[in-house]
Ligand binder design. Structure first.
Ligand SMILES: Cc1cc2nc3c(=O)[nH]c(=O)nc-3n(C[C@H](O)[C@H](O)[C@H](O)COP(=O)(O)O)c2cc1C
Length: 331
């Protein structure tokens, strides 16, 4: 049965396309851009529960979002039920639409300390954490998992029904094991199996990089929503394109250079407004290459941009690029 309708708490979305939580990317300005381009639900980067509990500024600022971004999910991680409960209480004060639990992160600084995907090796603790968080908030609580730790310990189909019993509101599955990290293909057949195993909404995730991929994931797995990560960092228009494709069956032409530069300028301004000049300028640097990708002189233009520190000079430079194209502006 094709679902293509996501119901979480008061949220009701058709053909839902979700921006995946991504550390280093899905900050306040990138979420804003994706939202404007058609993402139906956006998530913060993962936020450390210990960091929130101790009010570490890097963590505390990660949960801030703008009203325009709604609906928003705040994602938290950690391996201590008490700290996770406290992080849930702190995050809930901002009244996002949902809280999401990170049970899938493979990176060493998280999984190496028993959090993220490592919790799939200790299901009792994972469930204890979910229970503590669900008890600490009135908001819907969702969870994002992988298939399991490695090939010999795939346990998503055992853990998911237990989460459901505790009252989890939806489950996102990045259909790889922790051992796979990002290699090989995401194994969507497991999303189908999960869908058959639980009643709560299932959000499919992994390797959706084109509108056709999204349609195929809905069709093959029966998932309730599709979550897009890397496909959005390199091409945030994927939300616009996929929405149009799912509704009308056509993929719009890709943005031309002017449209790319306009969005880049908009993103730049949003970054400065939301983060202040210094951090706003610094954190834009990693994004220039994807906005200018495949255009002649892109490398040289990026080279200039990443060396500029004065926000006014950067703004002026971007306006000139818009006016005159890339090639006049490289030395
Ligand atoms: C740079 C980067 C950062 C990520 N950070 C997070 C994170 O903070 N929380 C999380 O649950 N997953 C994180 N992920 C995983 C993504 O949410 C997603 O599950 C994964 O990229 C697969 O989806 P995709 O093929 O659409 O990219 C991250 C992935 C990338 C590439």
């Amino acid at each position: 049965m094709l679902q293509r309708e996501l119901n979480i708490g008061k949220l009701k979305l058709q053909n839902a396309l979700l921006l995946a939580p991504m550390e280093g990317y899905t900050d306040i300005s990138f979420r804003g851009v994706c939202k404007e381009l058609g993402a139906d639900l956006v998530y913060t980067e993962f936020v450390s529960s210990e960091g929130l509990r101790r009010d570490v500024s890097r963590s505390s600022r990660k949960i801030i979002f703008r009203e325009e971004e709604r609906p928003v999910g705040i994602q938290i991680f950690g391996n201590d039920p008490q700290a996770m409960g406290e992080a849930a209480r702190i995050s809930s004060r901002l009244q996002p639409e949902l809280l999401d639990l990170n049970f899938g992160c493979p990176v060493r600084k998280v999984a190496g300390k028993g959090s993220g995907a490592a919790l799939m090796k200790t299901p009792d603790l994972l469930l204890e954490i979910a229970e503590a968080v669900i008890r600490s908030t009135d908001l819907p609580v969702t969870a994002k998992l992988r298939l399991g730790w490695d090939e010999d310990s795939i346990n998503i189909l055992e853990i998911a029904p237990e989460l459901e019993k505790l009252g989890i509101a939806a489950i996102t599955l990045h259909a790889r094991t922790r051992a796979q990290k990002y290699s090989g293909n995401a194994r969507w057949e497991w999303i189908r199996r999960l869908k058959d195993r639980v009643q709560v909404p299932v959000i499919g995730n992994g390797d959706v990089v084109t509108p056709q991929d999204a349609l195929q994931m809905f069709a093959e797995t029966g998932c309730d929503a599709v979550m897009i990560g890397r496909g959005a960092t390199s091409y945030p228009w994927i939300f616009r394109d996929t929405r149009i494709f799912l509704n009308d069956g056509v993929v719009p032409p890709p943005p031309d250079l002017r449209e790319r530069l306009e969005l880049l300028l908009h993103h730049y301004r949003l970054s400065l407004t939301c983060k202040g000049e210094e951090r706003g300028v610094r954190e834009m640097r990693k994004l220039y290459s994807s906005y200018l990708r495949d255009y002649p002189y892109a490398r040289q233009v990026r080279y200039q941009l990443v060396r500029m520190t004065d926000p006014k000079v950067i703004e002026e430079y971007l306006l000139q690029l818009l006016e005159e194209g890339l090639q006049r502006h490289v030395d």
